[in-house]
Design a protein around this ligand. Structure first.
Ligand code: GLA
Length: 728
C-alpha cells in the first residue's frame, strides 16, 4: 500500500520506493505537513514544535493557548487570514468583502488508480500502478470546500498534487491565488535550482541559495515561457549529480506558472508552485469549482541525475499519450532554415528527394504555405493552402512526397492572427485586445481569444479543412508571442489567462482525437512552451530556434533536468550557424543533436558530397542507437556552464549498454580532459565497441578516461560501451 492512514493520530503517509511524504490532520483539524524526504517509517508528528512566540497569532478555537500558531507550523495548503504570514497557497475573497479562509479537515478517501482533472493534463496510470488520496477541507465560516488530490506512482518515486476549490455558498467568491503544491521543510539550508532564458537561449541552469528573502519566479506571459520554465528543484547545499537530497516540482501547465521559495524566521523552508498570481482573480459562482493544474513532485537522495530520470520516466510513461508513445520518432528535415518563406512545390519536391537520399524519414513544410504569407507580417488565421505559390494542391504535394517513401509534415500556428488577414478583418473581436487601446504587437501578430469557445471552434474547423483527407503525418504547432492585452469581452479579466489555456487544451485534444496517427511537435519560437502540460498533447517539442551546437549544449543540459531527451527537438543545421555565425564541425553538430528527436534544418543541395556522406552515416548511427536513446537513462556528466568539456551518457535501464558523448568547448593547449561515467553496473566490465578495449565499470566511474588529444575547435566524441559477462 502506497498510502497509509493512521487513525488515532490521523496521520497520512505516502510511500514511494525511495521516498516518504507525511501529513497530519491534527487535534485542531488543521492539516499540517510533517515530512517529505528519504523513505522512512513511523509517525513524525514529534517534529512539530509548539512554542509561545512573539507576534505569532493563535487561532480563535484554541482559546488561550499561545503555543499553537499557524505562523510557524508546517502546513499542507496554507491560506491567507489564519495568522500564517508566509506565502499562501490560496487566497480568496467573498462578495461581502471578506478575505481568506481557515480550512479544517473534513474527510478523506483512498482509491486505486490515479485521479484525472477536467480539461487539464494530468499524469495518468492504471489501477495497479497508482493510488489517489483525496483530502477534503472546509471552512465553517466561508462556504468553500477544498479538495486536495495526491496521486502516487510508487515505482517512479512520483507524487502529484492538485487542488479543487468549490464555492458551496450562494454568492460569488473570487480566488486571488490558487497554487497546486506547497511543502514546508522543517530545517536545513537549501538551494533553489531554476531554468531561465530568452528566445534562442532557453533553460539556463541557475542555482541560488534559499534565504529569508522570499523568491518568486513567475511567468507573466500567459505561457510557460522561455524566461521561466515551470520546473524547479530544491536541493541541499552539497547535492551533486550523483549524491545528496533534492526535491522537484514540475507544472503540467502551459500558461504562466510561478514558484516560491523562502526560509521563514524560524528556519523552515517553504517551497511552492502553481498558476502565476499575475492577472489571476478567478470568479466562482455558487456551486462552481476551480481546478488547479497538476504539480508533479519527486524526491531523490542520490542527486540530480536520479531525480531527472524519475521525471523523464513519468513523462514518457504517464504523460505522453497516443500512437507515438514509447516509439522512436522519424528523422525529419525541416524546410525553415533551408528556404524560410522562399519556396514553391517543385523546390519542396527537390528538397524531399534530397532528404530521402540522405536517409531522412519525414519532410516538414514550415511557415509560408498558406494564404498570402510571404513574410511574417500577414495571414495568420487564414488557414487556406496557397496553391498558386505551391503550384499544386496540398493533396498533390503530400501524395508526391509520400510516393518518394517519405512522411509529410506541416507547420501551423493556430492561436495567432495577423491584423492583415481575412479572419481579423471579419472578426477583430476574435483577438485579445484591450478596448480603447492599440494592442501591443509582437512579431506583428496578435493572440486569438482562446478563452472563447467560438474562436476555438472556428480554428478547429479551419485546421480540419486543411488536414482532412491529405494524409499529413505530422504537424508542428507553433506559438510565437506572449500575451499582453488580457481582455475578453463579457468575461472577468482575472480568469482570461487560465480559460485561454483550457481553450488551447480543448483544441489540442480535439485535433489529437481526429488524427490519432499524427505526430505533433510543440513549438513556441523554439522552446517557449517546453512544459509537461504540452507534452500531454504533443509527443515532441522543438527545443530552441538556436541550432548552434555549442549554445545547444547549454539549452539541452538545462532541459534535461526536467524532461526526457527523446522529447527534445534537436536538429543539425549549416555553418556558419544562421543564428550566431559560429562554425562547428558537422560531427559535433550530429553528436549534439543525437540524444534528441534528431533531424536536419538545411538545404542538402548546398552540401558537399563529403558532407552528405557524413550525414548518411549520422542517420545510420541514430537509427542504430534509437531504442537506447528513446528508452534509456540520460545522465549529465559535466556542465557546459562550468566545465571545458560537456559530456553526457545514455544508459540502458538494465545497464547493458551505454552511449557516451562529449564536446570540447574550450581549446587549451596541452590541457588534458577526463570524462567520468555514471550509472554503470558496479563491479561489471564494459567493452568499448569502437576499439574493443575493456574497462572496469568502477574505474570508468571513479577515474574516468582521458579524451584523446585532437586539434581544432569544438571537437566531439562518441563511444559505445557494452557490458560483458566476465573480463576474459
Ligand atoms: C518559429 C519557430 C521556427 C519557425 C518559425 C516560422 O520561430 O520556432 O522553427 O517555424 O517560427 O515562422
Amino acid at each position: 500500500m502506497a498510502i497509509l492512514y493512521q487513525k488515532e493520530k490521523r496521520i497520512f503517509t505516502i510511500h514511494t520506493k525511495n521516498s516518504t511524504y507525511q501529513m497530519q490532520a491534527d487535534a485542531h483539524d488543521r492539516l499540517l505537513h510533517l515530512y517529505y524526504g528519504r523513505h522512512t517509517e513511523g509517525e513524525m508528528d514529534y517534529l512539530l514544535i509548539f512554542r509561545d512566540r512573539g507576534f505569532c497569532g493563535n487561532p480563535p478555537d484554541l482559546g488561550n493557548d499561545r503555543t499553537y500558531s499557524l505562523a510557524d507550523l508546517p502546513q499542507e495548503f496554507p491560506t491567507q487570514g489564519t495568522g500564517d504570514f508566509r506565502s499562501p497557497a490560496c487566497e480568496l475573497e467573498t462578495a461581502d468583502g471578506r478575505y481568506g479562509c481557515d480550512l479544517k479537515f473534513d474527510s478523506y478517501t483512498i482509491t486505486e488508480g490515479k485521479y484525472s482533472l477536467p480539461g487539464l493534463p494530468a499524469v495518468y496510470a492504471g489501477k495497479e500502478e497508482a493510488q489517489t488520496l483525496k483530502i477534503v477541507l472546509r471552512d465553517p465560516a466561508v462556504p468553500v470546500r477544498v479538495e486536495l488530490y495526491y496521486g502516487v506512482l510508487p515505482d517512479l518515486d512520483i507524487i502529484t498534487r492538485a487542488a479543487c476549490i468549490v464555492n458551496e455558498g450562494k454568492e460569488r467568491i473570487w480566488l486571488n491565488r490558487a497554487l497546486s503544491a506547497s511543502i514546508d521543510i522543517a530545517s536545513g539550508d537549501y538551494d533553489l535550482v531554476s531554468f531561465w532564458g530568452h528566445h534562442g537561449l532557453e533553460r539556463n541552469f541557475q542555482r541560488v541559495p534559499v534565504t529569508h528573502t522570499e523568491q518568486t519566479l513567475q511567468s507573466r506571459r500567459g505561457m510557460s515561457s522561455h524566461q521561466f520554465n515551470p520546473f524547479c528543484i530544491l536541493a541541499e547545499k552539497d547535492t551533486t549529480e550523483t549524491s545528496g537530497s533534492c526535491w522537484a516540482m514540475q507544472m503540467l501547465y502551459s500558461g504562466g506558472s510561478m514558484a516560491v521559495a523562502a526560509k521563514d524566521p524560524f528556519g523552515s523552508t517553504r517551497f511552492q508552485m502553481g498558476v502565476a498570481a499575475y492577472e489571476f482573480r478567478y470568479p466562482l459562482e455558487a456551486g462552481e469549482s476551480f481546478h488547479t493544474p497538476e504539480a508533479v513532485m519527486s524526491y531523490s537522495r542520490e542527486g540530480f541525475s536520479a531525480l531527472s530520470i524519475h521525471l523523464a520516466d513519468c513523462i514518457r510513461q504517464h504523460v505522453i499519450r497516443g500512437s507515438w508513445k514509447g516509439k522512436v520518432t522519424p528523422v525529419l528535415l525541416n524546410s525553415w532554415e533551408a528556404f524560410y518563406f522562399n519556396f514553391d512545390g517543385e523546390k519542396l519536391l527537390r528538397l524531399g528527394s534530397e532528404a530521402k537520399s540522405l536517409g531522412v524519414d519525414l519532410l516538414v513544410l514550415d511557415d509560408g504555405w498558406f494564404s498570402n504569407r510571404s513574410d511574417d507580417n500577414s495571414s495568420l488565421g487564414d488557414w487556406t493552402v496557397n496553391e498558386k505559390k505551391l503550384g499544386m494542391s496540398m493533396q498533390e504535394l503530400v501524395r508526391r512526397i509520400h510516393d518518394m517513401g517519405l512522411k509529410f509534415g506541416l507547420w501551423v500556428e493556430p492561436e495567432m492572427v495577423s491584423e492583415n488577414s481575412d479572419l481579423y478583418r471579419s472578426h477583430p473581436d476574435y483577438a485579445l485586445r484591450t478596448p480603447g487601446r492599440e494592442p501591443v504587437r509582437s512579431r506583428n501578430q496578435l493572440v486569438l481569444d482562446f478563452s472563447r469557445r467560438e474562436v476555438v471552434d472556428h480554428i478547429f474547423d479551419a485546421l480540419c479543412a486543411v488536414l482532412d483527407g491529405t494524409g499529413i503525418d505530422y504537424i508542428k504547432w507553433d506559438y510565437n508571442r506572449s500575451i499582453v492585452d488580457i481582455y475578453s469581452a463579457g468575461r472577468e479579466t482575472g480568469r482570461v489567462l487560465y480559460d485561454y489555456i483550457l481553450g488551447l487544451y480543448d483544441l489540442l485534444d480535439r485535433i489529437g482525437k481526429r488524427y490519432p496517427a499524427m505526430l505533433i511537435e510543440g513549438c513556441s519560437g523554439g522552446g517557449g512552451r517546453f512544459d509537461a502540460g504540452m507534452m500531454y498533447y504533443t509527443r515532441q517539442t522543438w527545443c530552441s530556434d538556436n541550432t548552434d551546437a555549442i549554445d545547444r549544449l547549454k539549452i539541452q543540459y538545462g532541459t534535461s533536468f526536467g524532461y526526457p531527451a527523446d522529447v527534445m527537438g534537436a536538429h543539425v543545421s549549416i555553418v556558419p550557424n544562421e543564428q550566431n555565425g559560429r562554425i562547428t564541425p558537422l560531427r559535433t553538430r550530429g553528436i549534439t543533436a543525437m540524444p534528441g528527436t534528431f533531424g536536419y534544418e538545411l538545404d542538402p543541395s548546398k552540401l558537399s558530397e563529403a558532407e552528405k556522406k557524413e550525414i548518411r552515416a549520422q542517420i545510420r548511427m541514430r537509427n542504430q542507437d534509437a531504442d537506447l536513446i528513446f528508452h534509456g537513462d540520460y545522465r549529465r556528466l559535466s556542465s557546459p556552464f562550468t566545465d571545458p568539456v560537456t559530456a553526457w551518457s545514455i544508459t540502458a535501464k538494465d545497464g547493458s549498454r551505454v552511449i557516451l558523448s562529449a564536446v570540447k568547448t574550450a581549446l587549451e593547449f596541452d590541457a588534458q580532459q577526463y570524462v567520468r561515467l555514471a550509472g554503470l553496473t558496479p563491479d561489471a566490465w564494459y567493452r568499448r565497441e569502437e576499439d574493443g578495449v575493456l574497462f572496469a565499470a568502477n574505474a570508468l566511474m571513479e577515474a574516468g578516461f582521458p579524451l584523446p588529444a585532437q586539434k581544432g575547435d569544438y571537437t566531439a566524441y562518441e563511444w559505445h560501451f557494452t557490458r560483458v559477462d566476465a573480463r576474459a
